[in-house]
Design a protein around this ligand. Sequence first.
Ligand code: PGA
Length: 251
Amino acid sequence: MSRRKIIAGNWKMNMLPNEAMEFITRLSECTYEAKSEIVLCVPYTDLFYSLLTAQNTKIKIGAQNMHWEETGAYTGEVSGKMLKVINVEYVIIGHSERRQYFAETDETVNKKVKSAFKYNLKPIVCVGETLEQKEEGKTNEVITNQTKLALEGLSTEQVKNVIIAYEPIWAIGTGKTATSEDANNSIKEIRNEIKNIYGEEVANVVSILYGGSVKASNAKELFETSDIDGALVGGASLKVEEFKNIIMSAE
Ligand code: PGA
C-alpha cells in the first residue's frame, strides 16, 4: 500500500447549491484523467446536490464537520451516520476555525475521529500551530501532541486510513504559505510521531496533506517534497481553474 495523493478543497461557508453543481460539473470535465484523489468538502446544504452532480466523476464529496453521537438532542448538529446514509465519503475534523470559534478540543476531535470510522467515513484531521506557538519554537510539540491526541484509541488499521492535514494557523487565508521545506519538515515530525506510536509500516502509509494559502503558483513546489501527500485548499478551491491547476500540479 503506497501513499495516496489527495487534493481536497474546503469551501468553508461558501457556495450555494446551484454554484456547487456548476463548479462540480466544470471541474469534472477537466479532471477525468486525474490520478490524485479529488475531494470537495462542502457546506451541509450543498451535500446532496454535490453528491448527485459528482456521480460518475472523479470527484468525491466530504463534509466539514460532524457530531460524534449518532442521534440525540444536539440542536444544529449533524452525525456521522447522517452523512454516511447520503453517501458522503470524507469529513474534515478539527479544522482550526472550529477549534478557534466553536470550542473544538483535542478531546472532541478524538471522539469525532472514532465516530467517523464507526460510520466508514474518511476523516481529514487538521492540526497546526498558531503564530505565537511558532514564534516560541513550539511548532513540533504542538502538532505532534495534537496528532497523538486525535488518534488516541484507534486501531493500527484505522490509523492507516486517517488523512492528516498540517495547517499552520498563521498561513490559513493570509496568503502566507509555509516554505515547502518547513511544511515538509513539520509533516515529517507528524509522521515520526505516528511511527513512534504505531510503527513504521503505519507511518509510511498515512497520507499527510499541507494546508494554508495553497494556490496553483506554489502547489508544485509543495508536492515535490518527500512527505507532503497533497493539499487541503481553502480560498483557491472556490475557483474552478485555480483548483484544477492545483490538481494538475500533483500529476
Ligand atoms: P486557505 O485555507 O487555503 O484559504 O488558506 C485552508 C484551510 O483553511 O483549509
